[in-house]
Design a protein around this ligand. Structure first.
Ligand SMILES: C[S@@+](CC[C@H](N)C(=O)[O-])C[C@H]1O[C@@H](n2cnc3c(N)ncnc32)[C@H](O)[C@@H]1O
Length: 274
């Protein structure tokens, strides 16, 4: 399927375009909005979940870059939006290089258009369940020096793999292959063990055949032997929050705000390869 054909395929919903709709974007079709509206109706905080996820990703990329890492592999990168990984990383490290990976041809076409004149960022169309192909992709090899630590990002994507698709496998593959000091970021739908998330899981499985809310324990297990960095697994909204003006800093914020039930439905953590 060429990018053009895929871009014109308005008959099937796409995870990337549903997410774009929830974030208030314009890169979506009626078929995507239909599913997005089910989210909004049955889980009215869905836009808040999408936003909390995105904001945590921005903070995580900043944290990884400040730790001295200037190369990133972003798996399941999604449609370009505000504050994409290469833009955030370069605020901290001007030389940052990013390989975006997504299996959705429309995501790849839009990302290519954004990155057309950028020789330090690329996008590869691939399934993250095939890490070997991603690693050996010539563009990825050109940009990323795999002898140096890498920031490997799985933001909002592993919950789109069902258990039978073994979501921990790609994390383990990259963890085994990357040098010591590499960072691994995962954000993931967190099971509220409530009616809302059960309904949504059913809707997603019924419409696009995938979508798994996992418990804290299941999400933590995805990291395998990697060393979780402070504060460990946390709700995205509470993961290293930016201090509010005049605030005492992250510690005081951690104990502070009351989260909505929605914000409790997405968690994240950053880990380091020892
Ligand atoms: C919800 S979006 C998240 C986008 C971005 N990472 C973020 O957190 O804002 C999930 C993205 O993962 C992509 N995706 C889902 N399953 C994938 C797979 N098996 N391989 C590669 N990409 C995948 C979808 O196409 C979509 O663009």
């Amino acid at each position: 399927m060429t990018d053009r054909t895929a871009e014109d395929d308005r008959s099937k919903p796409s995870i990337a375009r549903i997410y774009d709709y929830l974030l208030g974007g314009k890169d979506n079709y009626a078929v995507d909005r239909e599913i997005g509206d089910i989210f909004i109706r049955d889980l009215p905080g869905s836009p808040a979940i999408a936003l909390a996820n995105r904001q945590a990703l921005v903070r995580a990329v900043g944290a990884i870059a400040r730790d001295g890492i200037s190369q990133f592999v972003d798996l399941g990168s999604g449609l370009p939006t505000a504050d994409n990984v290469h833009q955030v990383a370069r605020r901290h490290r001007a030389d940052a290089r990013v390989a975006y990976v997504d299996h959705d041809p429309m995501v790849v076409a839009r990302s290519r258009a954004l990155l057309a004149t950028d020789d330090r960022a690329t996008v590869v169309q691939a399934d993250l369940r095939e890490p070997e192909a991603i690693y050996h992709d010539p563009d990825v090899q050109r940009l990323i020096n795999f002898d140096e630590p890498v920031g490997v990002i799985f933001s909002g994507v592993l919950h789109h793999l069902n258990d039978a698709e073994r979501p921990a496998d790609p994390v383990r593959w990259w963890a085994d292959r990357m040098p010591s000091g590499s960072r691994f970021y995962i954000s993931h739908f967190r099971s509220g063990e409530n009616g809302e998330t059960r309904v949504l899981e059913e809707k997603l499985q019924g419409s696009i055949g995938r979508g798994r809310w996992r418990t804290d324990e299941e999400i933590t297990d995805l990291f395998g032997d990697l060393e979780l960095l402070e504060p460990g697994l946390a709700h995205c909204s509470l993961w290293r929050p930016d201090p509010a003006p005049g605030d005492g800093g992250a510690d005081s914020v951690m104990g502070g705000p009351d989260l909505t039930v929605w914000e409790q439905l997405i968690s994240c953590a950053l880990a380091r390869k020892p």
